[in-house]
Design a protein around this ligand. Structure first.
Ligand SMILES: [Zn+2]
Length: 438
């Protein structure tokens, strides 16, 4: 007799409901499997030789026996479960003669997913779908390509937006990036939503049309896709920060925002591969930072850059690797003016990055120090760990945080033609020629 959801223990009913509600592949771990969660998590961290395995199991006792083998139970149905396991797990299950089917996991095609409560966040495959969809819907305004590949071979997508693509290199350029740090998923949503906003309002909003027509806008939503996918790889957040370089001896990851090559390794970063702020074996040692470097080096028209991170509600600008002020007084004034102006909208705190602590090798020090790009880091919502969920604030904040950060983004686009223009008296107040949005 088949078991209805109503007859499941409460936690299983919840899991079943979540599975139905999730848009793609909901990844759940049964409470019965929690005892082996540590083991299971380390299994999932290995990208090679993992299998989806459909296994007959009709009740919690049978599922527990399966979970005890060290696999992760991802989907529960009345008379079967779908688990992720290694080749050895597959052999054991086949020995028990309960395997219905199995196939090897292709990370490109079978991403794991956010917990169902946060399904609105974009995993790698969903991000890819969104940017490809935008490129398809707005062919006259977009060019989609990849600036490189991650350690595990995922594409680092760049969506280029301009009303005059053929001459975009001759327009002033700005780049928005997200997802340097794996667990900062909200930072990926901002560039995605900005791209959508610009394209979907182009035809009806004269101000957006003017900005898009006059600028060359680059969106790189997910700089660290391996880390982001790893962070959600068993449906439970791992607080993962780094990329997924194999450092040997079971250690993984380089802190991409300590790996940039301007005064790399001069403080606030670690030489220890186990550290969350591991700087890497050399500057730009990582394919992800190398790709950003190549992109910025070659995109000569870039004048402004915004790298989204979470959290703390801050607007940061160089220097991060030194307590020094920016020596060029005019440049410093531009950074301060821009940061203060943007803070007028999102109510974040504007400050020199090293006012927090020294952190060398970040994106903005390199972009300004090497290319004189006016480069900012936004530490998005929430303000702290206690009020808003820290790195995992919940999907309800996504539209709210986007709305408060939209005007700062439009402002950067506006002034990317000549950032020094913000110092002119006519650029007072919010500095825009006309209201951009309500
Ligand atoms: Zn970060």
């Amino acid at each position: 007799m088949s078991l209805s959801f109503r007859n499941f223990p409460f936690s299983f009913a919840l899991i079943a409901a979540a599975w139905i509600a999730a848009p793609t592949i909901a990844v759940t771990t049964s409470s019965a499997a929690e005892a082996s969660a540590t083991h299971a998590a380390s299994d999932v961290s290995q990208p090679q030789d993992l299998f989806w395995i459909k296994v007959r199991a009709k009740d919690k006792f049978e599922r527990t026996r399966i979970a005890d083998l060290g696999v992760t139970i991802e989907t529960i149905k009345d008379d079967y479960v779908v688990v992720i396991g290694s080749k050895e797990h597959l052999k054991k299950l086949q020995g028990l003669k309960i395997v219905e089917s199995s196939y090897k996991i292709d990370l490109e095609r079978s991403p794991l997913d956010f917990p169902a409560k946060d399904a609105n966040f974009h995993n790698y495959e969903e991000m890819r779908t969104v940017v490809q969809d935008l490129a398809t819907r707005f062919p006259q305004l977009t060019a989609l390509d990849s600036i490189g590949k991650s350690h595990e071979g995922r594409e680092l997508f760049r969506l280029r937006i301009s009303g005059d693509l053929a001459n975009a290199d001759a327009k002033p350029a700005v780049v928005f990036m997200g997802g340097h740090h794996a667990r900062e998923h909200l930072s990926i949503e901002m560039p995605i939503l900005l791209a959508k906003h610009l394209l979907e309002n182009y035809a009806t909003d004269a101000e957006i049309q003017r900005l898009v027509d006059g600028r060359d806008i680059h969106i790189i939503p997910m700089v660290n896709p391996d880390g982001a996918e790893h962070d959600i790889a068993d449906g439970n957040y791992k607080f993962w920060r780094k990329n997924r370089r194999d450092n040997g001896r079971g250690s993984y990851g380089v802190d991409l925002n300590r790996n940039y090559g301007y005064k790399w390794g001069t403080g606030g970063s670690s030489k220890n591969p186990d550290s969350d702020t591991y700087m890497g074996p050399s500057a730009f040692s990582e394919p992800e930072t190398q790709a950003i470097k190549n992109f910025v080096d070659n995109q000569k028209n870039l004048t402004t850059l915004l790298s989204f991170h979470t959290f703390s509600e801050l607007i940061l600008y160089p220097w991060g690797g030194s307590y020094d002020q920016i020596a060029n007084v005019k440049d410093r004034s531009v950074f301060e003016k821009m940061a203060q102006t943007m803070a007028g909208w999102n109510k974040y705190t504007p400050q020199k990055s090293s006012d927090l602590y020294i952190a060398s090798g970040d994106t903005t020090d390199w972009a300004y120090g090497t290319h004189n790009i006016f480069a900012f880091t936004f530490e998005l919502d929430p303000a702290d760990m206690w009020g808003g969920g820290g790195f995992y604030p919940g999907q309800a904040v996504i539209p709210v945080v986007f709305q408060k950060n939209l005007r700062p983004c439009l402002y950067l686009i506006e002034y990317s033609d000549n950032p020094y223009r913000v110092l002119e008296p006519t650029a007072a107040a919010y500095g825009l020629s006309s209201p951009l949005i309500n």
